[in-house]
Design a protein around this ligand. Structure first.
Ligand code: NAD
Length: 261
């Protein structure tokens, strides 16, 4: 088959609109900046509005259109308003990054119903209904990219690190990614996930400052370090772009090789 040289796929997001949840700091902020660098206009959604505004300002300074929205992704009405706002302010929705997530570091015997509900509300219910609301906008256009942020805790347990409810929700995201990918393939919507290992963000800061824990993390990571912004941005931009159009239902571990051991 003849290929036209200028038709090779590129990780170019010019003219695309993305929502990144939990983009006020950490991995969500990195991904939002990466998508903007690749050309996308972005709605920054976060529970903490000052954080969202800060990231949005950085994106405007990069020359992209950006806006911010205060939302608890566990609140279905708020999620619907967030999607409407992106469509109104930025003219549509092509990419959803389901990044917002929370954890409660307690042993299984100490987890209360309140802890359990708090984690499920964001990591499971939030991801589910953000995806549903986004798909309602993407389906009529017959195109869209949904990228869920899971975790390597979906696949393995680190001895001595209590993560039972969090791990359960992240394993659920891996399966939800497959289920939604199958249902929405007919509408040309790709649903994939990224499973980060340890990245130095506020979510895991307490663990990374403990020398003993840090040493255990490094020694069980073949590449010998924790992840940095550029380690996850590349994969997110790829999955958001046309270069990944034949990939759906997959979870890619971004973990320095931790899950191969
Ligand atoms: N940092 C890591 O090492 C790591 C590893 C594996 C997976 N992850 C996953 O990556 C994602 C981002 O993690 P992070 O380390 O950047 O976290 P973080 O705590 O640094 O940032 C999360 C952001 O999400 C926002 N948020 C929390 N609850 C929300 C809600 N209900 N609605 C809207 N926004 C909300 C917070 O305000 C915050 O700005 C999470 O899903 C997390 O589980 C992180």
């Amino acid at each position: 088959m003849e290929m036209e040289a200028n038709k090779f796929p590129r990780c170019d997001l010019k003219g695309k609109v993305a929502i990144v949840t939990g983009a006020g700091q950490g991995i969500g902020e990195w991904i939002a900046l990466g998508l903007a660098d690749a050309g996308a206009d972005i709605l920054i959604a976060d529970l903490k509005v000052q954080r969202a505004e800060r990231t949005s300002k950085k994106i405007s300074e990069m020359g992209r259109r950006a806006c911010f929205f205060e939302v608890d992704i566990g609140d279905i009405e708020g999620v619907a308003k967030m999607i409407d706002y992106a469509c109104k302010e930025l003219g549509g929705l092509d990419i959803l990054i389901n990044n917002a997530g929370v954890n409660v570091h307690k042993k299984a015997l100490d987890i209360t119903e309140e802890d359990f509900d708090k984690i499920i509300k964001v990591n499971s219910k939030g991801v589910y209904f953000c995806s549903q609301a986004a798909a309602r906008v993407m389906i009529p256009k017959r195109r869209g990219k949904i990228i869920n942020i899971a975790s390597v805790t979906a696949f393995l347990v680190r001895s001595g690190v209590p993560n039972s409810v969090y791990a359960m929700t992240k394993a659920g995201i891996v399966m939800l990614t497959k289920a939604l990918a199958e249902e929405w393939a007919q509408y040309n919507i790709n649903v994939n996930a990224l499973a980060p290992g340890y990245f130095a963000t506020p979510l895991v800061a307490d663990r990374l400052t403990d020398a003993e824990v840090n040493e255990k993390i490094i020694s069980s990571t073949p590449l010998g370090r924790v992840g940095e912004a550029n380690d996850i941005i590349g994969a997110a931009v790829f999955l958001a772009s046309d270069a990944s159009n034949y990939i759906t239902g997959q979870t890619i571990s971004i973990d320095g090789g931790r899950t191969i051991l």
